[in-house]
Design a protein around this ligand. Structure first.
Ligand SMILES: Nc1ncnc2c1ncn2[C@@H]1O[C@H](COP(=O)(O)OP(=O)(O)O)[C@@H](O)[C@H]1O
Ligand SMILES: [Mg+2]
Length: 1003
């Protein structure tokens, strides 16, 4: 800031906090504009960085610039994104805590570019070794890959991110970037099958068609012509001048190998991309009854080949829906419209799941296996506030996300500012600001919010449509000040709304949403048949994305908006635990033009980004604050008592200094560690006085050389400079000598201490032993056993701490036991504990993990003794079905909804088998001599240990449970046997093996 004070008259002001007319929006705008026209796109508000998109390449991101900003105090150089990145990094290193940089702004404002600049800065500025460079390359190259698959041209931005991205960069204690992790949020899948006019599908499709090598295209059955593919031409702009698909293809192709994708992964990946394009071209015709029919066309054959699914199966899957009636399966034919819908749904699902697979793959390649302590800097680049002429479900989610981030910003900035005042013992003066919680509530409140109403409408039986959803909203939230529809509006507003519209007054402005498609997009229905077809794929990625373990139940998965809401809750939790830094991006014009600053547009953003409020909060009391030491160091020449050296505390020095300068009592406040100055003009006056004083000091030194009149001015100046330099160097050398002498002393002491470490305490070893104690206790604190079962992993103590360690261990174990015991109900405690342990301890691999999960009395309310949800596998064919397992006093029941499917009297229960591995399967063996009777039960239960313990307590036979290895034989019916084979593997899976056995693979 001090340096910026001297430069303040050059081009506007580098930090809005120093603007005297800080409440004036016009003054702020003037400042931004003035700087923008001089290519100064960055301006601070304290430590918040405002960035205006220049829409042209600026020469401010070179290696030289990076070097300049490395390790320099925030305010000593002109504002820059590198300064913010560097400061976040250095704070993390010195305070050992985690940080995040929240980059916000509307679509096209420069968020993604900013996040890339930060990543590039870390790539250059962090320590490098061969291993670290490898991580660095992966971090950098994950960007073009994710952009290819997750970005697209929209009307707002030629490279608009259509998914939210949060990226953790992990640093070791020396500051080396050692790993990373990416979380992605809600990809806009609808774009795969539909694009608005002037927009494109995801870049990767065009890159493949334009840039793919001849051989590859031939293998994929593609033509080098985007116009040929229905999924690529709806926006009517396959070619965009600012995008070079051909060269981007090369970058992506190379990046894919760097992030560890094998050649077969890559082959499969492009197989999927191409098959989506082929799917888009599949045409259905109506047969005589109006049902969809496929004329075994070529596109089908390509999809079949690329996904490794038999053509017949695929055809059936695209033209029929499977309905399960009792025990029968019936295929009901689709109408043409239905078939088109099912095809598009499948294309979206394939693309969406492949995208998640890719993010996982990147995460695997960025994962750092070393468990030593790491700190992280998170980069949040999430879709910005978006308003199109027609806004749909996607914009609703995106804008809701921005509301949530604004809430977080409000909480964190106001909170931290308030805390600073409190910490310094200074009275807080509240600042009025618009709190957008009211809008967040309108959207997300339980039972009453828009999300709840939408879900209700999606899940309820009967004829629910987009319009009934609209009516429901009108009914339930019609009176809300931030919500209006055609029906609710006054005459004037009504003219601007269509019948199927609703309008939300977001913190960033009004957005009118067209309700059409909300229910469909929220349901994201993929016919079960479609999933089953995909499961037969030989393409390894598709196989992974449509696992056979996915519950094939009738229960609906969570709706899209609820999943999104939950993921945002998770994100908020991640962010709340970290220290925030902010970059606020501003879009200067809608035309993506360099040098054009649209006042109205920018003013609007300044308003809703809360910049004025942030500024007011920063200035609420005091424009400037500095630690006493720093303030005194700079301004001490201004007072004879503090110059050249002040003997007392820094706070007293500052008090003396400002008294001398004549600060009035209402112009400043003295905190515990900092001085707070209310108006910038006070500081400017002090700074001006400092500049004059500096000049005077230089003149005084020159005056000393007056005697040398014969010499010219130039010579005098040179001599003065040499003298200053000599003094300075001398002082530096003396300091260095002192530092070294001190270091030698410390090292000597350490060695002596080490040599005498086994002696009784004496002066030679006292400091060393204190160090050993401190270091052991700190390490112990970080490596305490997490569960009672790990109690033997207690950190080995150094000899002097043997006894202490034993005492601590005892106390800690007692503490853990108490904590555990409090978690179980007292009645069950004695009984259940000993029974479960006798049944499973040392026999089944995942038993130890069940110990920390207290058992429930029952998992439904009602009369039975115990009930728990299970998945039952058919004895023939092993189809999974969701059931409830109920134990009463006499018998166990398998129930579907309200229907009893099977009753097993305990008298006919021969025994129960479970494997010794980590799966959660159980097989109930029953006596059955009648061939009409059902055979043994193969079940999977999330609460295996609890259920089995209850069962064994109810039947009072502990020896009825057998823990077996390898394979379990069971009766399909009398005389017919089946097998379940258990093994462990890389991922858990359940499938029917070639030999007809049920294969259960657990981790
Ligand atoms: N700092 C910058 N320097 C030069 N051009 C930029 C800069 N920031 C953004 N742009 C331009 O603006 C476009 C949109 O930026 P982007 O970061 O993708 O926006 P957002 O992620 O906010 O939607 C970029 O493709 C680039 O052309
Ligand atoms: Mg972006």
């Amino acid at each position: 800031m001090e340096a910026s004070l001297t430069a303040r008259d050059r081009v506007g002001i580098q930090d809005f906090v120093l603007l005297d007319t800080y409440t004036s929006e016009t003054a702020c705008l003037d400042n931004l504009r003035k700087r923008f026209h001089e290519n100064l796109i960055y301006t601070y508000i304290g430590t918040l960085l405002v960035s205006v998109n220049p829409y042209k390449e600026l020469d401010i991101y070179s290696k030289k610039q990076m070097d300049t900003y490395m390790g320099v105090n925030f305010f000593e150089l002109p504002p820059h994104i590198y300064a913010l990145a560097d400061n976040a990094f250095r704070t993390m290193m010195s305070e050992f805590n985690n940080h995040f940089i929240l980059i916000s702004g509307e679509s096209g404002a420069g968020k993604t570019e900013a996040s890339k600049k930060i990543l590039q800065f870390y790539a250059v500025s962090c320590p490098s070794t061969k291993v670290l460079n490898n991580v660095r390359d992966r971090l950098l190259l994950s960007n073009p890959v994710l952009e290819a698959f997750g970005n697209a041209k929209t009307l707002k931005n030629d490279n608009s991110s259509r998914f939210g991205k949060y990226m953790d960069i992990q640093f070791d204690h020396q500051g080396g970037a050692v790993g990373g992790h990416i979380l992605s949020y809600l990809l806009e899948k609808s774009r795969v099958v539909h694009q608005n006019h002037g927009e494109r599908n995801f870049h990767i499709f065009y890159q493949l068609v334009e840039g793919g090598e001849e051989d590859l295209l031939r293998w994929l059955g593609l033509e080098r012509n985007c116009k040929h593919y229905r999924y690529l031409v709806q926006g009517n702009c396959a070619k965009v001048s600012s995008i070079n698909d051909k060269s981007d293809w090369k970058t992506v192709r190379k990046a894919l190998s760097v992030i560890d994708l094998s050649e077969s992964d890559i082959e499969n990946l492009f197989g999927i991309i191409a098959s989506v394009l082929h799917m888009g071209n599949i045409k259905f015709e109506a047969d005589a009854r109006g049902y969809a029919m496929l004329n075994n066309n070529q596109e089908m054959q390509w999809v079949s080949k690329l996904l490794g699914i038999p053509n017949q199966v695929l055809q059936q899957g695209l033209t029929h829906r499977k309905i399960e009636a009792k025990s029968e399966e019936v295929f009901s034919p689709f109408s043409v419209d239905h078939a088109v819908y099912a095809r598009d749904a499948l294309a979206k699902a394939i693309y969406g799941r492949t995208f998640s697979w890719l993010v996982n793959k990147i995460n695997e390649s960025l994962a750092n296996m070393d468990s030593s302590r790491k700190t992280v800097i998170g980069l949040l680049d999430i879709y910005g506030f978006e308003v199109f002429s027609v806004n749909s479900f996607e914009q609703f989610c995106i804008n809701y996300c921005n509301e949530k981030l604004q809430q977080l910003f409000i909480e964190l900035t106001l909170k931290s500012e308030q805390e600073e005042y409190e910490m310094e013992g200074i009275e807080w003066e509240p600042v009025p600001y618009f709190n957008n919680k009211i809008i967040c509530d309108l959207v997300e409140e339980k039972f009453r919010g828009i999300i709840s109403l939408l879900d209700e409408e999606c899940l309820r039986p009967g004829e629910a449509t987009d319009l009934t959803f609209l009516e429901k909203m009108e009914d339930k939230i019609g009176g809300h000040p931030h919500f209006v529809t055609h029906k609710l509006a006054d005459q004037k507003t009504r003219k601007t709304l269509k019948r199927g519209d609703f309008r939300l007054l977001h913190y960033a402005g009004e957005v009118t949403y067209c309700v059409v498609g909300f229910l469909d997009k929220n349901n994201d229905l993929l016919y079960r048949n479609g999933k089953e077809v995909m499961r037969q794929s030989k393409n390894a990625i598709i196989k992974h994305c449509f696992p056979s373990t996915e519950p094939d139940s009738k229960r609906r998965p969570e709706t899209v908006v609820t999943q999104f809401k939950n993921s945002l809750v998770g994100l908020t939790e991640i962010l709340m635990m970290k220290e925030p830094w902010y970059v606020r991006c501003i879009k200067p014009n809608e035309a993506k033009q360099p040098g054009h600053f649209d006042d109205v547009l920018v003013r609007h953003q300044v308003k809703y980004l809360g910049l004025m409020e942030h500024l007011r909060v920063r200035r609420a009391g005091f424009a400037y604050r500095r630690k006493y030491e720093v303030f005194l160091q700079r301004y001490k020449p201004l007072c004879p008592d503090t110059w050249p050296n002040w003997k007392g505390t820094a706070a007293e020095g500052v008090r003396c200094l400002i008294k001398h300068l004549g600060y009035k009592s209402d112009e400043y406040k003295m905190g515990r560690t900092k001085i707070f100055i209310r108006h910038p003009r006070t500081l400017f006056a002090t700074e001006d006085a400092f500049q004059v004083c500096k000049h005077k000091l230089a003149t005084r030194i020159q005056a000393k050389y007056k005697g040398y009149k014969v010499k010219g001015d130039y010579l005098k100046q040179r001599e003065a400079a040499t003298k200053i330099e000599t003094c300075w160097r001398g002082m530096m050398a003396r300091r260095e000598r002192q530092r070294r002498a001190w270091a030698v002393k410390v090292i000597k002491k350490f060695i002596k201490g080490f040599m005498n470490r086994h002696q009784p305490a004496c002066t030679d070893n006292s400091e060393y032993l204190a160090f050993v104690r401190h270091s052991y206790l700190t390490r112990l604190k970080e490596n305490l056993p997490k569960t009672i079962l790990e109690k033997d992993s207690w950190l080995t103590p150094p000899p002097i701490l043997q006894e202490v360690s034993q005492v601590l261990k005892k106390i800690y174990i007692r503490h853990m036991v108490r904590k555990y015991v409090r978690g179980i109900t007292p009645q069950r405690k004695a009984q259940v504990q000993s029974v479960t342990s006798a049944l499973f301890k040392g026999k089944k691999e995942n038993y130890p993990f069940s110990v920390c999960r207290p058992f429930a009395d029952t998992r439904i309310s009602g009369p039975p003794q115990y009930s728990v949800p299970v998945v039952k596998y058919d004895r023939n064919g092993f189809r999974p079905r969701l059931r409830q397992l109920i134990f009463t006093q006499e018998a166990a029941y398998l129930v579907e909804e309200a229907k009893i499917k099977q009753r097993i009297d305990y008298s006919s229960l021969k025994g129960v088998s479970v494997s010794n591995l980590s799966d959660n399967f159980l097989i109930l063996h029953v006596t059955c001599d009648d061939s009409k009777q059902k055979g043994d039960l193969v079940l999977q239960c999330d609460f295996l240990f609890e259920a089995l313990t209850k069962l064994s307590v109810i039947v009072n036979k502990q020896n009825c449970i057998h823990v077996v290895q390898g394979s379990v034989r069971f009766d399909i019916q009398p005389g017919r046997e089946g097998f379940v084979d258990f093994k462990s593997g890389q991922e858990s899976m359940v499938y029917r093996a070639k030999n007809g056995h049920l294969m259960v693979v657990s981790l």
